[in-house]
Design a protein around this ligand. Structure first.
Ligand SMILES: [Zn+2]
Ligand SMILES: [Zn+2]
Length: 128
């Protein structure tokens, strides 16, 4: 069964939709995610890249990830909400920030990564 997932930014200028991917939904504690979200970690929900559509005047920031390959972060230039991450390494997925989903409760984190970079005020969940 395919499940279409939708979401958008705080101000409503950007909307997106796509089919949920069955790859792992993860929580990342790396310093890049901390800086990009302004908090202790990112919660990323995977969508199938070829089904992904985003409408609205977005901004995109390219950087080099820990693997040395490019990653792209999409955000709203008006309200600043972080929306998506994609990378050369995981080209078949677009990860959306879980809180930008219309139904954020569909996100179930099953794995935490880069937990060694976690801040003392945002301790990783020992269950994943
Ligand atoms: Zn916005
Ligand atoms: Zn990260």
């Amino acid at each position: 069964m395919t499940k279409t997932i939708s979401g958008g930014c705080k101000c409503g200028a950007i909307r997106y939709l796509g089919v949920a991917s069955d790859v792992t939904a993860f929580r990342c504690y790396c310093r890049d995610c901390q800086r990009l979200t302004g908090t202790g970690h990112s919660d990323m929900f995977p969508l199938v890249a070829e089904t992904f559509q985003l409408v609205g005047p977005f901004s995109e920031y390219q950087m080099t990830g820990g693997s040395g390959r490019s990653t792209w972060s999409v955000f709203c230039p008006t309200c600043g909400s972080p929306l998506t991450r994609r990378s050369e390494r995981m080209a078949h997925c677009v990860y959306v920030h879980a809180a930008s989903l219309d139904q954020p409760e569909v996100y179930v984190p099953s794995r935490s990564i880069y937990t060694e970079a976690a801040q003392p005020w945002d301790a990783p969940n020992p269950d994943h």
